[in-house]
Design a protein around this ligand. Structure first.
Ligand code: KG4
Ligand code: ZN
Length: 369
């Protein structure tokens, strides 16, 4: 079965093609380390980034994103077919992200998929973007086999933290396809907080990677005047529920910068300290809520996904805490943390029984999982 997937929910234009291996092909690949449930060969996974368009605004501008998707999607689609060395006739189904996301962006991907499905008479599989992110943590590259991704064996229930520019949510997963929302952000998503903090500090976009790089450079032994004053809040860390809030953290940074800059220069070293403390406050909240939600709901495994799950400190500290609490941890490969169509293709395979025809789907910016 060959699945073509399209993802345009935010500012990445992405097309992926996977081939689900049949029993024969799978047996050829099996080694003693490699006996996994479902095996895929990734024929293509292309992402065209719009960072250069949005960076001067410090965030994604929906209409500019939509225009860039309209221009780039046909090109990325053609390249993906070429890379996979197939034609559209070889495709068995088209998986497309229908939501949640930015309406002008989603519409481009959905209508492109509808047009293809209509013209070539192919079934279409509507995909929830969050489902794609979640499944990205359940796949790993098989050892020694280039471009091969496989289902990971894991113990359910799994507590999933989805943490990106648009989402910060905890979902309890009793099995594939069985999700229960446990908590979510009441205002900004964690990635959005990183992006806004980077903008206030005069850094680039997207903010997460820049802040992470600055934080990593910060040398603990250096003493700055800012040290004692520089303690940001850990919003809602002690609340009894599993919701998040990051807008207060952004305000704390705003007032810190305002007061500090009255008498001091915001030097590179000061920025490093701020980046480190800001990142740590986000990480402390994410880890504390995820671990306590896992314990409360009897999860055996925790999984993190979404753009912010690329953060090395978050990955490292979450791994340590998971081990201390006897929990297994699943992390997506780094190139599957930010938006990509490969995760949508995989979700397409999981949802293949939801196949429908072109005129039965539409974009839904507020789609729930
Ligand atoms: O999943 P994604 O590509 O898009 C959404 O669905 O929102 O996530 C993008 C977000 C951005 O806010 C970006 O700043 C953040 O992920 N991000 C990071 C890192 N890499 C990307 N945040 C923290 N540390 C990183 N290394
Ligand atoms: Zn996303």
């Amino acid at each position: 079965m060959i699945i073509l997937a399209i993802e345009t929910s935010c500012d990445d234009t992405s097309v992926a093609i996977i081939s689900v291996l049949n029993e024969n092909d799978r047996n050829k690949l099996k080694t003693k380390n490699y006996k996994l449930k479902t095996d895929f060969k990734v024929l293509a996974n292309l992402v065209s980034s719009q960072i250069n368009i949005h960076k001067k605004w410090g965030g994604v501008v929906p209409n500019l994103a939509s225009r860039a998707h309209a221009k780039n999607l046909p090109i990325v689609f053609k390249r993906a077919l070429k890379e996979a060395n197939i034609t559209i006739e070889n495709i068995d189904a088209i998986a497309v992200t229908i939501g949640p996301g930015l309406a002008p962006s989603l519409l481009i991907g959905v209508h492109f998929a509808r047009a293809l499905a209509y013209k070539y008479n192919k079934p279409i599989i509507p995909i929830n973007h969050i489902n794609g992110h979640i499944l990205s943590a359940f796949f790993q590259k098989a050892e020694n086999v280039k471009c091969q991704m496989s289902n990971v064996k894991c113990s359910f229930p799994v507590m999933n933290l989805i943490v990106s520019g648009g989402h910060t949510s905890l979902y309890l997963m009793k099995n594939y396809g069985k999700y229960e929302l446990i908590g979510k952000t009441r205002d900004d998503a964690a990635g959005e907080a990183f992006d806004k903090a980077a903008k206030m500090l005069g850094l680039g976009y997207p903010g997460g990677p820049v802040i992470a790089a600055l934080a990593a450079r910060q040398v603990e032994s250096l003493k700055f005047k800012v040290k004692s004053e520089l303690k940001f809040p850990r919003p809602m860390i002690n609340s009894k529920d599993f919701d998040f809030s990051f807008s207060g953290l952004k305000t704390a940074l705003f007032y810190f910068l305002k007061n500090f800059s009255k008498t001091n220069k915001i030097t590179e070293k000061v920025r490093e300290k701020i980046a480190h403390e800001f990142q740590q406050s986000v990480i402390d909240v994410l880890i504390s809520k995820t671990i306590s939600a896992a314990k409360r709901y009897g999860a055996k495994t925790i999984a993190i996904s979404g753009g912010v799950s690329a953060n090395n400190e978050l990955r490292k500290q979450m791994e340590i805490k998971a081990e201390e609490n006897n929990l297994k941890i699943l992390l997506p490969p780094k190139n599957m943390t930010t938006d990509n169509a490969l995760m949508i293709a995989i979700a397409g395979y999981h949802n293949r029984d939801k196949k429908t025809i072109w005129d039965k789907i539409d974009a839904d910016p507020n789609l729930k999982l």
